[in-house]
Write a protein that binds this ligand. Structure first.
Ligand SMILES: Cc1cc2nc3c(=O)[nH]c(=O)nc-3n(C[C@H](O)[C@H](O)[C@H](O)COP(=O)(O)OP(=O)(O)OC[C@H]3O[C@@H](n4cnc5c(N)ncnc54)[C@H](O)[C@@H]3O)c2cc1C
Length: 396
């Protein structure tokens, strides 16, 4: 980047997982960062997240691994089970070939780890309760308009990173096609281990016709996070009590957890069109994370992709001769990877929800596969490495 661009702070909109990781990765590469977040306090819903080795490698490089492992639970495999009987279909190994772990964690714990690191960094300033309302091109950058407790105020930015999530207001202001309903809803809740037990340690997915369920430990194993995914009808959101009924004939281990979880919260699942452009306003604005490419959570990779985006963007900005070259490099690196992950998500969607008798063929095929061959299917995903800082001297 030019010396003038490098001297000005980078502005990030949204302090979710993508925005916070981007701030840390950019600060690590010597940039000053301002993050603006509309929420007046950082609060996370009571839900969990799976972090696969590709995402953990980025967070590890930022010095966060020890802290994450205190709060997260390590998994060796994801166990796939039949919906109604609970019979195991296959165990898919999830530890990377270099031993990098796979961790399930409470979102609030992940956010707290990221926020502590942000607080420690003198290069990052976090502005809470500041909602971006408008952005317009200005000489040498962009004018951003925020609304906060103190009223409306303007800020000049040289480069803006849009990390404002699936309902991105930046995308709306740029006139981009909105995220679209996927036709599915995810119900999230959690059960304490002392109240209704939980599945065996590790990650379990029950696969059934048009529905699936996932359970995994969070909070160092004291709680089990439960996610149920089903088709979304107009009345579904108004009927959380009907959830137990709709899953009533599933594996008893799952139904007892649904009963113990009480009221679960419904999240209609929306996806960003794959052709959404990411670079805008003469390369003064770049989208990352869900704002760029929100996808269905069927491969548990949305946050992982936002974390990878952060690492690739920071590296490109640190090494490229110009802002435009950096953003072009970021996009060239990330588009094919995101497209491949989307294809994997579509594959899981098809295969997880097969009706009888096609599910029998699926189970037979999976039972013939060795754990090693199942691991090999995912090595392109889990063995991904962030760009190494030792490449710094090379120019993109
Ligand atoms: C049911 C479910 C399960 C999932 N499970 C997994 C999983 O196991 N593993 C995984 O990797 N991913 C998972 N995901 C996906 C993951 O949650 C998202 O991909 C990830 O949170 C996206 O992060 P982000 O930072 O891009 O956006 P967000 O986390 O949505 O953050 C956006 C931030 O921007 C702020 N913001 C919005 N508008 C403005 C504005 N105008 N001004 C200022 N701030 C603003 C918001 O308040 C928010 O803090 C799951 C998703 C769902 C729905």
């Amino acid at each position: 980047m030019s010396a003038a661009d490098q001297a000005r702070p980078i502005t990030i909109i949204g302090a979710g997982i993508g925005g916070l990781t981007a701030a840390l990765a950019l600060a690590d590469r010597g940039f000053a960062v301002d993050i603006f977040e509309r929420a007046p306090q950082m609060q996370e819903v009571g839900a969990g997240l799976q972090l696969s080795p590709n995402a953990l490698r980025v967070l590890g490089r930022l010095g966060l691994m020890k802290d994450l492992l205190v709060h997260g639970a390590r998994a060796r495999e994801v166990i796939l089970r039949r919906a109604f009987t609970g019979r195991p279909i296959a165990s898919v190994p999830v530890v990377a070939s270099d031993g990098m772990p796979y961790v399930s964690i409470h979102r609030a714990d992940l956010q707290a780890v990221l926020l502590r690191a942000v607080d420690r960094s003198p290069a990052i300033t976090l502005h809470l309760g500041a909602t971006l309302q408008a952005l317009t091109p200005a000489r040498g950058g962009l004018d951003l308009w925020f609304i906060s407790g103190e009223g409306r105020h303007r800020l000049q930015a040289s480069l803006v990173v849009g990390a404002d999530g699936v309902r991105s207001s930046i995308a709306r202001r740029l006139g981009l096609a909105a995220a679209t309903p996927s036709g599915a809803i995810a119900w999230r809740g959690y059960v304490s281990r002392d109240n209704g037990g939980g599945p065996p340690p590790g990650i379990t997915a029950w696969l059934g016709p048009r529905r699936h369920a996932v359970a995994y430990p969070i909070s160092g194993g004291r709680e089990t996070n439960l996610v149920l995914i089903e088709p979304m009808k107009r009345t579904t959101l108004a009927d959380p009590a009907g959830l137990a009924y709709r899953f009533r004939s599933w594996d008893r281990q799952l139904t007892s957890m649904i009963a113990a979880a009480g009221d679960m919260t419904g999240w209609p699942l929306n996806v960003v069109p794959p052709d959404r452009p990411w670079r805008h306003l003469d390369d003064r604005l770049i989208l990352i994370g869900d704002a760029a490419h929100a996808m269905l959570p069927y491969a548990a990779q949305g946050a992982g992709m936002a974390i990878e985006d952060a690492a690739v963007l920071a590296d490109a900005l640190a090494r490229a001769p110009s802002r435009s070259a950096a953003l072009a490099h970021y996009e060239a690196e990330r588009r094919p990877r995101i497209a491949k992950v989307r294809r994997r998500v579509a594959f899981h969607q098809r295969v997880y929800h097969l009706p009888w008798p096609l599910d029998l063929a699926r189970d037979a095929a999976l039972s013939l596969r060795s754990p090693d061959s199942l691991r090999d299917d995912l090595s392109w995903l889990y063995d991904w490495r962030p760009p190494a800082e030792s490449d710094d001297r090379e120019t993109i």
